[in-house]
Design a protein around this ligand. Structure first.
Ligand code: FES
Length: 160
Protein backbone atom coordinates (compact mmCIF):
# COMPACT_ATOMS: atom_id res chain seq x y z
CA UNK A 1 0.00 0.00 0.00
CA UNK A 2 1.21 3.54 -0.65
CA UNK A 3 3.05 5.47 2.03
CA UNK A 4 2.86 9.25 2.17
CA UNK A 5 5.92 10.91 3.68
CA UNK A 6 4.87 14.23 5.19
CA UNK A 7 8.08 16.27 5.32
CA UNK A 8 6.93 19.16 7.52
CA UNK A 9 5.45 16.79 10.10
CA UNK A 10 8.19 14.15 9.91
CA UNK A 11 5.66 11.35 9.50
CA UNK A 12 5.13 8.41 7.18
CA UNK A 13 1.46 7.50 6.76
CA UNK A 14 0.06 4.50 4.97
CA UNK A 15 -3.14 4.62 2.94
CA UNK A 16 -5.15 2.55 0.53
CA UNK A 17 -4.43 3.01 -3.18
CA UNK A 18 -6.95 5.51 -4.53
CA UNK A 19 -7.53 7.35 -1.26
CA UNK A 20 -7.97 11.08 -1.41
CA UNK A 21 -4.83 12.87 -0.19
CA UNK A 22 -6.80 15.47 1.78
CA UNK A 23 -8.88 12.83 3.54
CA UNK A 24 -5.81 10.82 4.50
CA UNK A 25 -4.13 13.92 5.92
CA UNK A 26 -7.19 14.94 7.92
CA UNK A 27 -7.68 11.41 9.23
CA UNK A 28 -4.09 11.35 10.42
CA UNK A 29 -4.25 14.77 12.09
CA UNK A 30 -1.95 16.39 9.52
CA UNK A 31 -2.61 20.14 9.25
CA UNK A 32 -3.23 20.94 5.61
CA UNK A 33 -4.49 24.45 5.92
CA UNK A 34 -2.83 27.78 6.48
CA UNK A 35 -4.69 30.56 8.27
CA UNK A 36 -7.09 31.25 5.39
CA UNK A 37 -8.04 27.59 5.08
CA UNK A 38 -8.49 27.25 8.82
CA UNK A 39 -10.89 30.16 8.83
CA UNK A 40 -12.88 28.62 6.02
CA UNK A 41 -12.41 26.01 3.33
CA UNK A 42 -14.64 24.35 0.79
CA UNK A 43 -14.51 20.93 2.41
CA UNK A 44 -12.75 19.32 -0.50
CA UNK A 45 -14.66 20.62 -3.50
CA UNK A 46 -11.68 22.21 -5.22
CA UNK A 47 -13.04 25.73 -4.90
CA UNK A 48 -11.23 27.46 -2.04
CA UNK A 49 -7.63 26.81 -3.17
CA UNK A 50 -6.36 26.41 0.40
CA UNK A 51 -5.29 22.76 0.52
CA UNK A 52 -2.03 23.23 -1.38
CA UNK A 53 0.65 20.59 -1.12
CA UNK A 54 4.02 20.42 -2.84
CA UNK A 55 4.82 17.01 -4.29
CA UNK A 56 8.22 17.94 -5.68
CA UNK A 57 10.22 14.81 -6.43
CA UNK A 58 7.17 12.53 -6.63
CA UNK A 59 6.73 10.20 -9.58
CA UNK A 60 4.16 11.39 -12.11
CA UNK A 61 2.03 8.33 -11.40
CA UNK A 62 2.10 8.80 -7.62
CA UNK A 63 -1.09 10.87 -7.77
CA UNK A 64 -3.92 10.93 -10.24
CA UNK A 65 -3.47 13.58 -12.94
CA UNK A 66 -4.61 17.09 -12.06
CA UNK A 67 -8.33 17.58 -12.50
CA UNK A 68 -9.55 20.35 -14.84
CA UNK A 69 -10.57 22.48 -11.86
CA UNK A 70 -7.13 21.96 -10.33
CA UNK A 71 -5.37 22.96 -13.54
CA UNK A 72 -7.39 26.12 -13.66
CA UNK A 73 -6.96 26.99 -9.97
CA UNK A 74 -3.21 26.30 -9.90
CA UNK A 75 -2.24 27.99 -13.17
CA UNK A 76 -0.14 30.62 -11.38
CA UNK A 77 1.45 28.24 -8.87
CA UNK A 78 4.56 26.08 -9.12
CA UNK A 79 4.12 22.96 -11.25
CA UNK A 80 4.84 20.67 -8.31
CA UNK A 81 1.90 22.03 -6.30
CA UNK A 82 -1.37 20.15 -6.10
CA UNK A 83 -4.68 20.57 -4.37
CA UNK A 84 -4.82 17.73 -1.85
CA UNK A 85 -8.58 17.45 -2.20
CA UNK A 86 -8.29 16.76 -5.93
CA UNK A 87 -5.52 14.15 -5.78
CA UNK A 88 -5.91 10.42 -5.27
CA UNK A 89 -2.85 8.55 -4.02
CA UNK A 90 -1.71 5.78 -6.34
CA UNK A 91 1.90 5.24 -5.25
CA UNK A 92 4.13 6.24 -2.35
CA UNK A 93 5.27 9.86 -2.42
CA UNK A 94 6.75 12.70 -0.43
CA UNK A 95 4.57 15.71 0.39
CA UNK A 96 5.25 19.15 1.82
CA UNK A 97 2.05 20.50 3.32
CA UNK A 98 1.27 24.22 3.33
CA UNK A 99 4.06 25.10 0.89
CA UNK A 100 2.89 28.71 1.01
CA UNK A 101 3.91 28.83 4.70
CA UNK A 102 7.61 29.18 5.43
CA UNK A 103 9.52 26.14 6.60
CA UNK A 104 13.03 26.58 7.97
CA UNK A 105 15.50 24.33 6.16
CA UNK A 106 12.79 23.27 3.71
CA UNK A 107 15.22 22.33 0.96
CA UNK A 108 17.42 20.31 3.33
CA UNK A 109 14.39 18.59 4.88
CA UNK A 110 12.96 17.74 1.47
CA UNK A 111 16.31 16.45 0.20
CA UNK A 112 16.70 14.28 3.29
CA UNK A 113 13.14 12.94 2.95
CA UNK A 114 13.65 12.15 -0.73
CA UNK A 115 16.98 10.44 -0.05
CA UNK A 116 15.40 7.79 2.17
CA UNK A 117 13.50 5.03 0.37
CA UNK A 118 9.81 5.06 1.07
CA UNK A 119 8.76 2.00 3.06
CA UNK A 120 6.40 -0.44 1.44
CA UNK A 121 4.25 -0.32 4.56
CA UNK A 122 2.54 -3.21 6.32
CA UNK A 123 0.79 -5.54 3.97
CA UNK A 124 -2.41 -5.74 6.00
CA UNK A 125 -4.68 -2.92 7.13
CA UNK A 126 -5.40 -3.13 10.86
CA UNK A 127 -8.67 -4.93 11.43
CA UNK A 128 -11.01 -3.85 14.21
CA UNK A 129 -11.41 -6.32 17.04
CA UNK A 130 -14.98 -7.55 17.30
CA UNK A 131 -16.11 -8.04 20.92
CA UNK A 132 -17.27 -11.47 21.92
CA UNK A 133 -21.11 -11.53 22.20
CA UNK A 134 -20.90 -12.63 25.86
CA UNK A 135 -18.53 -9.76 26.76
CA UNK A 136 -20.94 -7.18 25.34
CA UNK A 137 -23.90 -8.60 27.27
CA UNK A 138 -22.02 -8.67 30.58
CA UNK A 139 -20.78 -5.11 30.16
CA UNK A 140 -24.34 -3.88 29.57
CA UNK A 141 -25.85 -5.91 32.44
CA UNK A 142 -23.58 -4.70 35.22
CA UNK A 143 -21.85 -1.41 34.35
CA UNK A 144 -21.23 -0.41 38.00
CA UNK A 145 -20.23 -3.78 39.35
CA UNK A 146 -16.72 -4.53 38.12
CA UNK A 147 -16.57 -7.95 39.79
CA UNK A 148 -19.82 -9.04 38.19
CA UNK A 149 -18.98 -7.54 34.80
CA UNK A 150 -15.46 -8.93 34.41
CA UNK A 151 -15.49 -10.86 31.16
CA UNK A 152 -14.58 -14.49 31.31
CA UNK A 153 -11.40 -15.05 29.36
CA UNK A 154 -8.89 -17.80 28.98
CA UNK A 155 -5.94 -15.46 28.51
CA UNK A 156 -6.00 -13.94 31.98
CA UNK A 157 -5.92 -10.38 30.59
CA UNK A 158 -9.11 -9.35 32.40
CA UNK A 159 -7.53 -9.91 35.78
CA UNK A 160 -4.13 -8.43 34.98
S1 FES B 1 -10.29 21.99 0.24
FE1 FES B 1 -10.93 23.65 -0.96
S2 FES B 1 -9.74 23.46 -2.76
FE2 FES B 1 -9.16 21.74 -1.59
Amino acid sequence: MPVIRFVREGRDVECYPGENLREVALREGIELYGLKGKLGNCGGCGQCITCFVDVEGAADAALTPPTPVEVQKLRRRPESWRLACQALVQQSLTVVTRPQVGLADRDAMLAEALSRPLPAGPTAWPTPVEPEPDETEEAVEAPGDSAASAPTTTSGEANA
